[in-house]
Design a protein around this ligand. Structure first.
Ligand code: PEP
Length: 250
């Protein structure tokens, strides 16, 4: 069995003190069986990365950044380069989370630059895609997600160096989860898109995570699906007990 990926996105929550307290509570819960079945990833805010890096490394938890700038060093006030993220011990980078798309106007072509830059830096991009409620109701979910994939992965051959997170926007932070059937069928669709963009069957190697109000109660059903290679968890990842229960449900 392939390990399921359990990733936590802390968004703009937690101070450095809170982050270290989370590790104090969470790491002792990472028992051997859990670590054999799951790959754990945490994406705290930039200000927490340096203080969490060593303890995450010792515990076998990968550290992700929530964003990056695709360029090298330069006059980009407020931005963080990939060299800085590598230096601090980051291995994964979230790209195109729906909050970045909706609140900060990030477009697919800019996200494509980020995906390429993350790969060039030797890190793993987690490209987030997903439709809004209006798009789903207009029966356009597949078209929207396919466009996000094709443009976000333009000139990128999808393979095991990257991950996709399917996060229907209407399910993020709302308490509404896609049904297991809806999630499975969109994951199958994404897999088909990846196959068509990949060469030599490498599209099979791209993990596809589901995100959107994943909680200890609904995680077992989602994670039992072969098509769902892991979960990207927002709110419930802030609580060490809930995040551990989600990982334990694998
Ligand atoms: C997210 O932020 O990626 C997310 C899925 O949030 P939540 O689990 O809170 O819906």
């Amino acid at each position: 069995m392939k390990r399921k990926i359990i990733a936590g996105n802390w968004k703009m929550y937690k101070t450095m003190t809170d982050g270290l307290a989370f590790l104090d509570a969470f790491v002792p819960r990472c028992h051997r069986e859990m670590m054999e079945k799951c790959s754990l990833i945490l994406a705290p805010n930039f200000t927490l990365l340096a203080s969490m890096a060593a303890r995450c490394r010792e515990a076998g938890i990968a550290l992700a950044a929530q964003n990056c700038h695709p360029g090298g060093e330069g006059a980009y006030t407020g931005e963080t380069s990939l060299a800085m993220l590598v230096d601090v011990g980051v291995s994964h980078v979230l790209v195109g989370h729906s909050e970045r798309r909706a609140l900060f106007g990030e477009q697919d072509n800019f996200l494509n630059q980020k995906v390429k830059a993350v790969l060039a830096a030797g890190l793993v991009p987690i490209l987030c895609v997903g439709e809004t409620l209006a798009q789903r109701e207009a029966d356009a979910a597949g078209t929207v997600v396919e466009k996000q994939l094709r443009q976000g992965l333009d000139e990128v051959v999808p393979d095991g160096r990257l991950m996709i997170a399917y996060e229907p926007v209407w399910a993020i932070g709302t308490g509404k989860t896609a049904t297991v059937d809806d999630a499975r069928s969109m994951h199958q669709f994404i897999r088909q898109c990846l196959r068509s963009l990949a060469v030599d069957g490498k599209g099979e190697d791209v993990p596809i995570l589901y995100g959107g109000s994943v909680k200890p109660a609904n995680a077992p059903g989602l994670l039992a699906e072969d098509e769902i290679n892991g979960v990207l968890v927002g709110g419930a990842s802030l609580n060490p007990e809930d995040f551990a229960r989600i990982a334990e449900s694998v």
